[in-house]
Design a protein around this ligand. Structure first.
Ligand code: G1P
Length: 297
């Protein structure tokens, strides 16, 4: 039996330039889908998969992220005085145990592989998860929990995978597979952001990973890849012929690319419609909008 996965790395050092001007002063990961910051969705997913240690790779200008996870005594006292127990419950569900979170800075934006490597001392010699908070996945069983379950059977390295349209494939890490049972694939090749027309398939890597210490060791090489950046994909690909191999899991669930404005808006609508306190009023608005758009066409 392999070791249990209890640590997760959250690379959150990016500048979020696609969301300027908002990201001038707000870290992208604090932007909210309905009323929860993107990072909260990632944390909830990690917790549901049994993660107990949370490692954030941050950068300058991200202190709002650290504050978000801090205890808010004045706010709690004010809510208590007003008897707002429901809101106290909301706050409580976001509180983290002292010592459960660690922050480490990536001093230079050298790529995702480099960001993960910055966490090497905190991760140590054990398997670990990586969650990219931009990829928000709505699923009955959270995506990382699905992966942990599959990983318990296969061991090795595992990435979340999903088919994407031809015109989008160059924006992803892409898998070449040797075995495929429809859900789980065995990976025989991986390429980061392939040039148009050169991708081995349409099966793209989505931002959830379970990785072995060997991948972390590969990152020590600091070789730059696509876009001149140190790519996580390359370090994982180097382990395909290693002792543990690499697997991809076509997860159940709907993934939103919250690194793009359109994806963020889609997630906002989907999460708004799935919220019991909003779905009626918001649903009516969407229905009206859809029918007036249809009528005007
Ligand atoms: C990163 C990874 C890429 C992966 C993608 C998923 O790319 O490098 O392999 O497919 O996340 O969202 P980025 O979106 O940071 O360019």
């Amino acid at each position: 039996m392999q070791r249990k996965v209890t640590k997760a790395v959250f690379p959150v050092a990016g500048l979020g330039t696609r969301f300027l001007p908002a990201t001038k002063s707000i870290p992208k990961e604090i932007m909210t889908l309905v009323d929860r910051p993107l990072i909260q969705y990632a944390i909830d997913e990690a917790r549901a998969a049994g993660i107990t240690e949370f490692i954030f790779v941050t950068s300058r200008g991200k202190s709002a992220l650290e504050d978000y996870f801090d205890y808010a005594p004045e706010l709690e006292a004010a809510l208590e005085a007003k008897g707002k127990t429901d809101l106290l419950g909301v706050l409580d569900s976001t509180n983290m145990d002292s010592g459960a979170i660690a922050y480490i800075r990536q001093h230079k934006a050298l790529g995702l592989g480099h960001a993960v490597w910055c966490a090497r001392r905190l991760v140590g010699d054990e398997p670990f998860a990586v969650i990219l908070p931009d990829d928000v996945i709505a699923a009955e069983k959270p995506c990382l929990a699905q992966m942990v379950e599959a990983y318990e059977k296969t061991g090795g390295n595992m990435v979340a995978a999903m088919e994407v349209p031809d015109e989008k494939v160059s924006a992803y890490g892409v898998l070449d597979t040797s075995e495929d049972d429809g859900t789980l694939v065995k990976v025989k090749g991986m390429v980061e952001k392939p040039k148009a027309g050169t991708a081995p398939s349409n099966l793209a890597v989505i931002g959830r990973y379970i990785l072995t210490p060997n991948v972390m060791n590969r990152l020590n090489d600091k070789k730059s890849g696509a876009g001149g950046e140190i790519q996580l994909t390359d370090a994982i690909a180097a382990e395909i012929d290693g002792p543990d191999g690499v697997y991809g899991l076509r997860f159940n669930g709907q993934r939103f690319d919250c690194g793009s404005k359109a994806g963020f808006l889609q997630a906002t609508v989907a999460f708004g419609l799935s919220r019991p306190d909003l779905k009626e009023e918001f649903g009516e608005y969407i229905d009206d909008l859809t029918s007036s758009r249809a009528a005007s066409q």
